[in-house]
Design a protein around this ligand. Structure first.
Ligand SMILES: C[S@@+](CC[C@H](N)C(=O)[O-])C[C@H]1O[C@@H](n2cnc3c(N)ncnc32)[C@H](O)[C@@H]1O
Length: 209
C-alpha cells in the first residue's frame, strides 16, 4: 500500500466513533438533510395515530417531531451515544436505547412501523439489518427506508475543528429492493427525489408479509 493510501485509510472512522465526534455539529445541516426528502417522507408516513413506530438510526431525532405530529408513539435507537443524548434532550418523553439495527433490543412483532433515514449508507450488508427490522415488525407492518446516492463519504467538520470521514457504502436502488425482497418484504411504494435530473434519495415503503 502506498503512503498516500495508508494515510487515507486511517482517516476513515466507524459510524459509532464518527457520529460520537460529529454529534454536536449534526443539527447545523438539518435544512440540507431535509432537502433530500422534499416532504416525500411525510406522505409515506400517513396517519400514524395509535401506531408504535421505531426510528432506527435516529441520530439527533431529525424526523421524530414529524412522527409525533402524525400521531405516532415513537421509540428511537441509535448506535452512537452522543447522537442519542441529543435526541433524549429534545424528546425526553420517548423511549430510547443505544442499539445496532442488526441486533435490536425488542421482542418479535413489537412495532407497526420502522423508519430508517440516512442509515443504509453506513451498512456494508443490508440483509442482516432488514431481517432484524422484519423480526420486530408486526405482520402487515411498514418499513420506511431511504437510500441516499452517495458514492464518496463527505469530510465532516466537528465542533472541535477535527475532520472526520465516516465509513460509508453505496447501495444501488435495485440492490435495496432485492434485499428487502429477500428479507420477506413486499414493496408497496418507491419514490426518488431528484436534484437537477440526478436522483439523490430513494424512498421506499415495504410491508412485512
Ligand atoms: C446520517 S445519520 C441519520 C440520522 C437520522 N436518521 C436522520 O435522518 O437525520 C446516521 C445515523 O445512523 C447511526 N448508525 C450508523 N450505523 C448504525 C447501526 N448499525 N445501527 C444503528 N444506528 C446506526 C449513526 O450513529 C447516525 O446517528
Amino acid at each position: 500500500m502506498s503512503f498516500k493510501g495508508s494515510l487515507k485509510k486511517s482517516h476513515v472512522v466507524s459510524s459509532e466513533e464518527g457520529y460520537n465526534k460529529y454529534a454536536t455539529a449534526y443539527d447545523d445541516s438539518l435544512g440540507y438533510l431535509n432537502s433530500f426528502e422534499n416532504d416525500v417522507l411525510l406522505k409515506f408516513f400517513g396517519d400514524l395515530r395509535g401506531k408504535k413506530v421505531l426510528d432506527v438510526g435516529c441520530g439527533t431525532g431529525r424526523i421524530i417531531h414529524d412522527l409525533h405530529m402524525a400521531g405516532a408513539e415513537v421509540c428511537a435507537v441509535d448506535l452512537s451515544d452522543a447522537m442519542l443524548k441529543i435526541t433524549k434532550k429534545k424528546f425526553p418523553m420517548i423511549e430510547t436505547a443505544q442499539a445496532d439495527i442488526r441486533k435490536l433490543p425488542f421482542e418479535n412483532e413489537s412495532f407497526d412501523m420502522v423508519v430508517a433515514t440516512f442509515l443504509l449508507v453506513h451498512l456494508d450488508k443490508l440483509e442482516e439489518a432488514f431481517d432484524e427490522v422484519n423480526r420486530v415488525l408486526k405482520v402487515g407492518g411498514e418499513f420506511i427506508v431511504t437510500n441516499i446516492n452517495q458514492k464518496k463519504a463527505p469530510k465532516l467538520k466537528t465542533k472541535d475543528g477535527e475532520t472526520v470521514v465516516i465509513e460509508s457504502f453505496y447501495h444501488r436502488p435495485e440492490n435495496v429492493l432485492n434485499s428487502l425482497d429477500r428479507s420477506f418484504f413486499k414493496i408497496d411504494k418507491e419514490e426518488f427525489v431528484y436534484d437537477d435530473k440526478v436522483w439523490v434519495n430513494q424512498i421506499v415503503k415495504a410491508v412485512k408479509f
